[in-house]
Every structure is written in C-alpha cells, then in structure tokens.
Write a new protein. Structure first.
Length: 274
C-alpha cells in the first residue's frame, strides 16, 4: 500500500513538473489583450485592398503565410456578389474571437440583423400574426474579414493584428472627410471641420465630426425608434445627439455649471489681502 502511494505521489509530481515546464496558458490570448484589440480596432477606418464579398462568410485571410483564400473568395463573390470593391474606405464595426480565428465585421457585416420584436407573433385561437413586417429594409451591405490561424490564438497586440490584416486592410490614417464615402453637403462639411453635429446628418457624418460616443441609449417614443448618442459625462460638458432612423433630429448640450475649461491663473496671491 505504501509503495503504491509513493508511486502515485511521484507520478503526480512528475506530471505537475512537466505541466509547469510547458507554458500552455501563458501564450494564449489574454482577456486584457482582447479588450485592447477591441478598443483599438472597433470603429477604426481602413482602406480595402481586395474585394469583399456579400454574405455571412466574407473573406478568409491565412495569418501564418499572409495569403488570401483566393478560391473561397472567388466562390463567395460569384455566389453572393461584391459588398465592398478595392480602394474603398471601410469601418470595422465588431470583432469576434474564436478558437483559431478572429472575425472582423466590416460596415455592419454581411448577416441580416433583426429586431427582437420581429420574432414576436400575436393572435388568438390557432392563428398568429407577426407584429412586424418582414421587408428588405434590413438588407446587409457589409462583409467580414476572418483571420485564420493554424493553432490556438496566441497573445498579440493591436499593432500585430494590423500587420496580420495588412494584405487586406490599409490602416494609413485618413482625415474625417475622407472617412465618408458618400457626398457631403457644404453645410455639413463645414460642421464636420468645426467638430460639431448638425440636424440632418447621418451616423457617419456625426462620427466624422465628434468621433464615437461615450455611450448610446435607445428607446421607442410613440412608436418611433430613437437613439441618443451621448458625448461626455455630467457635470462636465455633455452633448446629446438624437437619431430617428439614420438621421439626426435634435442636438442638446448641457454644461451643468461646469465646462471643464481651465481658469486663468490669479494675478495676485489672495493671501496678500489678509
């Protein structure tokens, strides 16, 4: 009995020592790195070097040898069509981490997104009716770029991810005006240059003028879906940009008595009057 116990203990130590010698978990993509990649790349603009197909699959890029899966790309474009042609400015709108892949959603992605209430049906007896119409207004116009690794995701930085994506995406900095592919009316162009939002702008114009909001709040008022983009945090200067659909309908600014601006230095020492 003692001999068997001794062999068991020895085996445990040997296995434990071997496991500690192999940095299996130390090399995996850490949660902190994931957050930094998401913060550094979501809402980032880039210029596409290769055509991106429509549909849910998108383009696959082999990270280890920096090669596009050309055969799959041709099949996707033939079957689904082109979502984004080369030399067009795009925006990364979401990132999904998988075991051996990182998927980058481009311009909203190629999957049709529905509202929760579009899946609800009401009725009595044996018949039910959807409460929302099923039309084509939600047709996706984006795509996906998926980085494919041969092994489990290793720890990496934002700069390293950009290097992996270099065969497909060029992250050379652009000006806010270059980030908008659609024509911009002169009055909105002036507002963007002055870094302010204006009624009638779309979401891309607001992002070009003010950047990404601090947070977003969505609600339905009298059957109309509204979304507030909030810039800043009270009591400092805070700007509320309200959208109905894709268009800005109102802008409110609140300072709460504190603007966050620095005050000019005192010319005299207030203690001198005592």
């Amino acid at each position: 009995m003692r001999c068997r116990l001794a062999r068991t203990i020895t085996l445990v130590f040997l296995i434990g020592g071997a496991a500690s010698a192999l940095p299996l978990w130390a090399a995996d993509l850490k949660p902190k790195s994931r957050m930094e990649i998401m913060r550094g790349l979501i809402a980032e603009y880039a210029t596409v070097k290769a055509p991106l197909p429509r549909g849910e699959k998108g383009l696959f890029l082999k990270a280890d040898d920096a090669e596009i899966d050309q055969e799959n790309l041709r099949k996707q474009i033939t079957a689904e069509g082109t979502a984004v042609p080369p030399n067009v400015l795009i925006q990364i709108t979401d990132i999904v981490f998988r075991d051996k892949e990182i998927a980058f959603e481009i311009n909203g992605g190629g999957r049709k997104k529905t509202k929760w209430y579009e899946h609800v049906e009401v009725g009595t007896g044996y018949g039910t009716t959807p409460i929302a119409r099923n039309d084509n207004r939600g047709t996706p116009t984006g795509s996906t770029v998926t980085l494919v690794f041969t092994k489990k995701l290793q720890d990496m930085t934002v700069a390293e991810v950009k290097e992996f994506l270099a065969p497909v995406l060029d992250f050379t900095p652009v000006t806010p005006m270059q980030a908008i592919t659609a024509p911009v009316p002169p009055e909105f162009r002036a507002a963007i240059e002055e870094k302010r939002a204006a009624e009638g702008m779309d979401r891309d114009m607001v992002i070009a003028a003010l950047g990404q909001p601090t947070r977003k709040v969505r609600e339905t008022v009298d059957g109309v879906e509204q979304e507030d983009w909030i810039y800043g945090t009270p009591p400092l200067r805070t700007v509320f940009v309200r959208f109905e659909g894709e268009v800005v309908v109102s802008i409110e600014e609140h300072s709460g008595g504190v603007t966050g601006e620095s005050q000019p230095p005192l010319m005299t020492d207030p203690r001198d009057s005592r």
